[in-house]
Design a protein around this ligand. Structure first.
Ligand SMILES: Cc1ncc(COP(=O)(O)O)c(C=O)c1O
Length: 453
């Protein structure tokens, strides 16, 4: 099957399925039009907007999401990977319902903060932790702490890496190739407007899986780099696995140059393994950032490190605050998630279901010769529309995005809610069933057979 034929088929499928999507979602379209009058793009975050219009949700439960038109979706977006516990997991609902009646905000400590901190310290390679309200805040605070600890100002980040929406990390998130510069020494490209040129000078951008580029970044900025921040497994360009030994070697290079290594485990956190990607790869970072799934659907984040590094907050070298940090509502939710819902057994079972989904998708790809491959990490997975393994952002940019979009819209219009944006991955939660996996495989096979026929 030639790639031209597949492209033609993909465009045909896209046209047809867009119409089908529009026919099944008039209520979502109308609700979006109404919202557009009072909210830019009609959404609360740019990432919620997608073409032709987003699904406007009415309710969700377990693995299912229902829209205002009454359509039922098997949700594999799961709040962009925030709902490993499933939608409104009954154990979490019970915990927050009880807590809501007993106070949602004290702004003085509750016992819950130590309980959740202990649960996190048990899983992740840190001794102390502080709470935030989002992944953005977790990476922002971890970077500030790294700067305060080292007394240095610059950071190194990956091309194609996303760490939230504070200015310092809004660099080279999706740089257009014509602005991106050389592959082994990329330019620092601000992600849209409103970010100062001065901020860009504080960020050195390197490709993933390239230790020589990391060494060079340190050599060119000797004595100035506070930290290298990265997702140990980048999950904002599909799923990109590190080369064997890359993470351990990167940590060694950072330490050789007096800098810290920060793992952004906002996505990989409890979804990749009970102890996160740090446990999968056996590499402990100096600081870890968490959010998304540790809250089971409510906004809580955290960052943690050694007693020595976190001590810079205790001795007031570095400030860390926030009115809603560690509030009882979200800590009650998080405690339920960490200790009662996403247990080692439940985590392993969800990962096993994802393994079956991945294996099934890969078998369909192999059988049809679709120019794509599957990638997985723990309970997450994706189909990447390039035949070869992706190691860097530049590899990822070789994706056949038309084919990827045809896949996405086909799945949506057949009731499988995959994350919009094409650079994300699905999540199998602890509440997804074997039947959900079968449904996903059946719809995927329908798409692949048609596009390759
Ligand atoms: C790796 C990573 N870090 C940080 C963030 C920011 O998290 P939040 O959206 O909760 O601010 C995200 C969000 O998608 C993320 O994927």
């Amino acid at each position: 099957m030639s790639t031209t034929t597949i492209s033609t088929k993909a465009l045909e499928i896209t046209e047809r399925e867009k119409q089908r999507y529009a026919q099944m979602t008039p209520g979502s379209q109308a609700a979006t039009e109404r919202a557009k009058k009072v909210l830019p793009l009609g959404v609360a975050s740019n990432f919620q907007f997608f073409d032709p219009h987003p699904i406007v949700a009415a309710r969700a439960s377990g693995s299912r999401l229902y829209d205002v038109d009454g359509n039922e979706f098997v949700d594999y977006n799961m709040g962009y990977g925030s709902l490993f516990a499933g939608h409104s997991n009954p154990i979490m609902v019970e915990a927050i319902t009880k807590q809501a009646a007993e106070g949602t905000l004290y702004t003085t400590p509750s016992v819950l903060i130590a309980e959740v901190a202990e649960a996190l310290c048990e899983r992740f390679p840190f001794e102390m932790v502080r709470f935030t309200n989002s992944g953005t805040e977790s990476t922002m605070d971890a970077i500030r702490l790294a700067r305060g600890y080292t007394g240095r100002e610059k950071i190194i980040k990956l091309e194609g890496g996303y760490h939230g929406h504070h200015d310092l990390v809004m660099m080279s998130v999706r740089p257009p190739l014509e602005e991106a510069g050389p592959e082994d020494r990329p330019n620092t490209v601000p992600y849209y407007g409103g970010i100062t040129k001065g901020t860009a000078t504080e960020v050195v951008v390197i490709p993933f899986n390239d230790l020589a580029a990391l060494e060079q970044a340190f050599a060119e900025n000797a004595g100035e780099v506070a930290a290298f921040i990265l997702e140990p497994v980048p999950e904002n360009m599909g799923i990109v696995l590190p080369d064997e030994g890359y993470l351990a070697a990167a940590k060694e290079i950072c330490h050789k140059h007096g800098a810290l290594i920060i793992f952004d485990e906002v996505k990989t956190g409890i979804t990749s393994n009970w102890g996160g990607a740090a446990a999968v790869y056996g590499v402990a970072p100096d600081l870890s950032c968490l959010a998304k799934s540790i809250g089971g659907g409510v906004p809580i984040g955290a960052f943690g490190g050694s007693r020595e590094i976190m001590g810079k907050i205790a001795d007031w070298t570095v400030a860390h605050q926030g009115t809603f940090n560690g509030n009882p509502l979200v800590t009650a939710a998080s405690l339920a998630v960490l200790t009662k819902i996403c247990t080692p057994d439940a985590t392993a079972a969800a990962i096993a279901r994802n393994d079956r989904l991945i294996a099934g998708c890969q078998a369909i790809i192999d059988d049809t010769g679709l120019p794509a491959h599957t990638v997985k990490l723990g309970a997450k997975g994706c189909v990447t529309y390039v035949p070869e393994r992706v190691r860097t952002y530049r590899d990822y940019k070789k994706t056949d995005f038309e084919l990827a979009y045809a896949h996405w819209i086909y799945m949506m219009s057949h009731g499988i809610f995959l994350p919009p944006g094409l650079d994300e991955q699905w999540l199998v939660s602890v509440l997804h069933s074997e039947e959900d996996i079968d449904r996903h495989l059946t719809v995927f096979e329908g798409f692949v057979r048609e596009v390759t026929s």
